[in-house]
Structures are given as C-alpha cells and as structure tokens.
Design a protein around this ligand. Sequence first.
Ligand SMILES: *Cc1c(COP(=O)(O)O)cnc(C)c1O
Length: 383
Amino acid sequence: MIRSTTMMPALLVPANDFTAQWRAIRDEALAAIDRVGERGWLVLGSEVKAFEEELAAWHGLPASVGTGNGLDALEIALRCHGVGPGDVVLTTPLTAFATTLAILRVGARPAFVDVDSAGLLDLDLVESALRSGTAAIKAVVPVHLFGHAMDVPRLRDLAQRYRVAMIEDCAQAIGARFDGQPVGSASRASATSFYPTKNLGCLGDGGAVFVADEETRARAATLRDYGQTAKYVHDIPGLNSRLDEVQAAVLRSALLPRLSAFTARRRQIAETYRAQIRHPAVRVPPVPAKSESVWHLFPVQLQVAARRDDFQAHLRNHGVASGVHYPVLTSSQRAAGHDVQRLTPLPRAEEFAQTEVSLPIHPFLDEEGVARVVAAVNTFEQR
Ligand SMILES: *Cc1c(COP(=O)(O)O)cnc(C)c1O
C-alpha cells in the first residue's frame, strides 16, 4: 500500500532543491550535453580531461582524475598508496559508510578512534595510536566532515613523522581550507564525490581522486580504467570507474563555475544560523579553529538524545526538512565485520549518533527559508 502523504504538510524548506538548481543551470547544462552528443565521444575524452584540470585548479591542487563515484575514488586513492589486504587503516566511525567500505574493498581492516567535539576524527587520539605502534597502522583516512577542514598541516606532519599513508576523504569538503591550505593537500592521493547532494553535485554519480604528482595521476588513471596501462595491456587489476563525458561537460560548464557563489551562500546561511539559533535544548557544535568551512551540512545537537524525534517532528510540522548524520557508527555496521578494532572507546561519536540533527543548508535556500528554519528551531517546545 502506498502511504498517504496527506497528513504531512508540504515541506517549505527541503534539505536540497535540485529542481531550482536545474532551472539555474539549464541553459549551460543542455548546451554541454549537446556539445558532447555532437562530438560523439562519450567516455574519457576532452571534457573529462579539461574538467580534471579545471577542478584541480579551482580547488588548489596539482591534478585530479575523474571517477564513477566517491567510493571508487577512495578505493583508488587507497590503492595508489599501496594499501591492500591485511593492512590496518585508522579512520573515523562518524562518517558515510562509504569511507569504511572503501577500506574493506581493498581488503584492509578498519580501526577506529573517537571524534573531537566538532565531530571530526580526534587527531590527538590518532597520534597516540600511531605513537604506541601496537596496532601496526599502515594508513589513516581522515574525513573533512560537514564541510569543515581538519588540521591539514598536522595531517601532513603525522604522515611524515609516523610513516603512514594519509588518504583524506574530501567528499563533503570540496573547496574547504585550513589556514589557507586546501583539504586533500596532506595526501598524495585523496578523494571527493559529485553525488548530487554534495557541494559540487553532478546530475547523477561522479567522483574524483586528487593527486599530488604525475606518477600518482597515471596510477589513478590506470586503476579507474580496468588497470590498463596501454590499450589491451593490463598489468594490475583495476576497476571500471570512469567519469562520463556528459557529467564532466555539465560539471565544467554549468556547476564548477558556480561553486564559489554556491559556497558563499552556504557560508552566509551558516553565519545566520550560528548567530540566531538560540535554544537551551539545542547546541551548535564548535567549528575547527582555522577551518574555512564549506558547510556541506549544518549539524546541531540535542542536549537530550531522547528528544531528537520530537525535534525532527516539530521541524517537519513547520515545513522544515532535517536529517541525521549519522544515526549508526560505521564501526557498528554488520558489513564492517566482526574484527573491527576500536582503539579507543567512542563516546563522542556515539553522542553525535544519538543527538545530531542536520538543518537545511544549500545554495537555493533563500532568506525567507532561513528565517523559517531559525524560527522553527527556536520555538521547539521546552520540557
Ligand atoms: C558521499 C560520501 C562518500 C561517497 O561518495 P559516493 O559518490 O556516494 O560514492 C564518501 N565519503 C563521504 C564522507 C561522503 O559523504
């Protein structure tokens, strides 16, 4: 039976507005698709090559390699660093499952430490784990969660000092910088995603590996294309994970040119929320000090976990969509396997899992919508 939606008021403030985005990009997007169609070259052609260069230049890194999605980009980045079967990879339990899944897919074993008060991998705990040496950690996968930039210079320093591979997950943080340094710049290969909800979302699936040098670029390009080093020459078993020409064309003609403006709007909305959300039961988590965040998500935390459902229902009754990032830690998912290692207890990550609510934040959210969200939050009934 199809559930009736008549009881639900229409959402005046959705979590995303892809129709509004389409109307904004339509002319350039249609022209881009037409360009590809007329050229008649649909896979790994000039659009992908040009987009890879333009993306890297916009983000502030040497080069990038387009992939089919963010999960594959992470897998390819891990393999570029030589991470493989049996290796232990330290990561955060508070992230999209794809972060952990990429580690599993290369045959490695995920290991976890807790997050900090902002919800990001706690680098003091990472450093203790690396220093003790007991877990034989081969690589670290930090996630620039919520669009915040983690401490990039410290990530670079940890990688060098403890001789571990550093593979940043930049899926939520394209364009974010820490003290001027772009996320991804602590890694020889890092990964991002163009899944539609992401800050640079395409019209379907897409992703990219950011690379620091030509050798790594060539390796990633080989891995995404069946492991081919030359036509019909396969020296390593690769993936089929190519960014389509159509997606690349739309990204470079219609979306990447708007990303600075989109990001500015997200930052404005975040400023307003941070200034105007005032409720004793709702806490806004801190932002890492030198993070120039791109606000993929706007997280708040309920003081009392048991009230989260009430809070989300209250928002919904005021026409405001909300989400939870993430209700279950990746370390607790059955697919993570039974030999996951928790190198520390995970109380802060558990607290986020139980209390976090994400408010709408996207480039097509107007002032009226922002005011509606603030009013809805601030009128949540106190108990
Ligand atoms: C979205 C996301 C991914 C995966 O990207 P896909 O393109 O959906 O495969 C990986 N890591 C994080 C943190 C994400 O948010």
